[in-house]
Design a protein around this ligand. Structure first.
Ligand code: ADP
Length: 607
């Protein structure tokens, strides 16, 4: 099936494109109709020229006509000119009205899509964002919506104009002389025959072309990545070989792919070149005149109108071809608008009266079905520090994230003060639970706004105090505009500095429940002690969950929970766990799960 046919099928199918455009479909159809009518009217002058030529030639044939017939001829010509000019102006006005209608409809659609996407994203679980690159959301919100803009604002009026011009031309030619009309239109089916041939010719070698292109891509990456090693070992000459082979292979595949395609495409385009159509009209016109089927003046409309079909036909073909990329864009936008959202709370929102956290038979499976947590029963008593330890991949971060409602458990429930997290309004929940995660996100705003994200009403003094507590105050003062420097513009912060800003954020939020996941992972040794003391001040009197890798750092926690394969295998104090002589004790003897730098919570836990 040719690309054009495929695009037409896609346009007909009740696919994502139809769904996305549904709210403005009526207006788009109206825009296309206005443009079609407009383009029909703008072609009236061509018929007018043919009509005037007919009148003049007729008069010349009857040379020496009476005064009255000359006057009639003049009136006829004048009326033809007036009608032609009026048609052009009205036609242009209709085309503009079509464009305006489409643009207004598009404005509405673009606004609605962006608003619905923003609305949807405000309800999706926070964990959804951590799974995705920002680029994916940007692609849908920005690039895909822009692609849809070109479709809704330009596609329909353009298709209307092209289709209108083709339709009126064909109808006019058939009205003039059906035999000549058939002959004059013969090159157009020829275009589609060659086009189909070109697609077949290209399709045969397409796979090879794509494979070779893929090979050249990986050879380039290998080549560039390998440069330091190859240079260091003095084997730089050999590095070129595989790259050169890939390039040569691609060049051959490219020629195989394009040679038949180019020749078939040039035949196709030659078929609908205006000069070809004009040649056919003149050749058959001469023949028809010679056999007495037509007069020369009757051939004129065909010579004027038939070549004019070429441009709109090509435009139509290109527009339908471009529909493919719009379908992809619509697919991504619809997928974004269907992103599963957090379950809305049923009934009245509730506000917890105290700060005990309970995990009740909690299980969580990621989208791929992998069960990261199962049957978790755990209570974080108010004012205590609970450390969660376990090998990498045992589910520690997943556990912390269910408490932060990055996602809801697939089984069981998490409660705060006896209230299911799902029933606590999100704004209240995030005022009650502060967190410092390994994966720090700063927004493109001033440093002070970043620190005051959870408490925008905080005074500058409070923000600075929080920054001091997180050992980041001095560094902020060295930024070009101090606290007003904008992250990513004139505040370029290292991973450790960003981590300290996020700690300042948690200090300022002053929430009764705290989740620290690898809180000092990215912080350099020089600042670690300062931060530890800030954290120890922060955990006082709060309900705290600490995720840590280093066992020696959690020994003073009120309770240590050992997570293995998504289930709690042991829990108790450091001393109790050592006495059990289970996996914690064995690992303690070996020196910990991992030698990774982790949150040193010894001071935190000892408070
Ligand atoms: P830990 O914090 O103990 O290293 P995690 O909670 O990060 O462990 O991960 C627990 C398990 O869930 C791991 O097997 C991990 O591969 C899997 N997992 C984590 N995040 C995702 C995700 N976004 N999608 C699918 N699986 C995930």
């Amino acid at each position: 099936m040719s690309t054009t046919n495929k695009a037409v099928e896609e346009a007909k199918a009740p696919g994502p494109l139809r769904q996305v455009l549904a709210p403005i479909r009526g207006r788009l159809i109206a825009a296309a109709m206005l443009a079609a009518l407009g383009s029909m009217l703008t072609l009236v002058p061509l018929a007018g020229i043919a009509h005037i030529a007919g009148i003049v030639l007729d008069a010349v044939g009857r040379a020496g006509g009476s005064m009255s017939s000359t006057a009639t001829m003049r009136t006829d010509i004048a009326w033809t000119v007036v009608v032609s000019l009026a048609s052009v102006f009205v036609g242009m006005a209709l085309i503009s009205a079509g464009e305006l209608t489409a643009h207004l409809a598009d404005n509405r659609l673009t606004l609605d899509l962006r608003m619905s996407a923003a609305q949807r994203l405000s309800q999706v679980p926070l964990g959804w964002f951590t799974d995705r690159a920002a680029g994916e959301v940007k692609q849908a919100m920005q690039d895909d919506v822009a692609t849809l803009h070109s479709l809704s604002a330009h596609f329909y009026p353009s298709v209307g104009r092209a289709a209108g011009a083709i339709l009126i031309s064909v109808v006019y030619l058939f009205a003039m002389d059906w035999r000549m009309a058939i002959v004059a239109l013969l090159p157009f089916p020829g275009f589609f025959v060659f086009l189909r041939h070109a697609m077949k010719a290209g399709g045969a070698n397409m796979q090879d072309f794509v494979t070779r292109l893929g090979r050249i891509n990986s050879a380039t990456v290998e080549f560039v990545n390998g440069i330091p090693i190859l240079k260091a070992f003095g084997t730089s000459g050999r590095a070129h070989d595989s790259y050169r082979d890939a390039v040569d292979g691609f060049a051959e595949a490219f020629v195989r792919f394009t040679r038949p395609l180019v020749s078939a495409m040039s035949h196709a385009h030659a078929m609908i070149a205006p000069v070809t159509v004009l040649g056919v009209v003149l050749a058959f016109g001469a023949l028809f005149v010679s056999v007495g089927w037509m007069t020369p003046v009757e051939v004129l409309p065909f010579a004027l109108v038939a070549p004019g079909i070429c441009a709109p036909l090509l435009l139509l073909h290109t527009l339908l071809h471009d529909l493919g990329s719009a379908t992809g864009a619509a697919q991504r936008v619809s997928a974004l608008l269907k992103t599963p959202v957090l379950e809305p709370y049923a009934g009245q929102p509730q506000f917890p009266g105290h700060h005990e956290v309970r995990f009740e038979n909690v299980g969580y499976a990621y989208g791929d079905g992998y069960e990261a947590l199962s049957n978790i029963d755990l209570t974080l008593a108010p004012g205590t520090v609970t450390a969660v330890v376990g090998p990498s991949g045992s589910g520690k971060s997943t556990l912390a994230r269910t408490l932060l409602r990055f996602f809801d458990p697939s089984q069981g429930r998490v409660t705060l003060g006896g209230v299911d997290l799902r029933q606590i309004p999100t704004s209240h929940l995030y005022r009650s639970i502060g967190f410092v995660l390994q994966d720090v996100r700063l927004i493109r705003a001033s440093v002070s706004e970043n620190i005051a994200l959870g408490r925008p009403s905080a005074s500058r003094q409070e923000i600075e105090d929080a920054a001091r507590a997180a050992s980041i105050h001095e560094r902020i003062l060295t930024l070009p505009r101090g606290y007003d420097s904008v992250v990513g513009v004139d505040a370029q912060l290292s991973g450790g500095e960003a981590q300290r800003v996020s700690i300042a954020r948690a200090v300022l939020l002053d929430a009764p429940v705290l989740v620290l996941d690898e809180a000092t992972a990215a912080v350099d040794a020089g600042h670690e002690i300062g931060i530890q003391s800030a954290l120890s001040r922060m955990v006082k009197g709060r309900t705290v969950m600490v995720i840590a890798h280093r066992l020696d750092t959690v020994m003073h926690a009120d309770r240590i929970v050992v997570l293995e394969g998504g289930v709690i295998t042991e829990q108790g104090t450091h001393a109790q766990l050592l006495a059990r002589r289970g996996s914690y004790a064995r690992l303690w003897e070996k020196g910990g799960y991992e030698a990774l730098p982790g949150a040193d919570v010894s001071e935190v836990a000892s408070c």
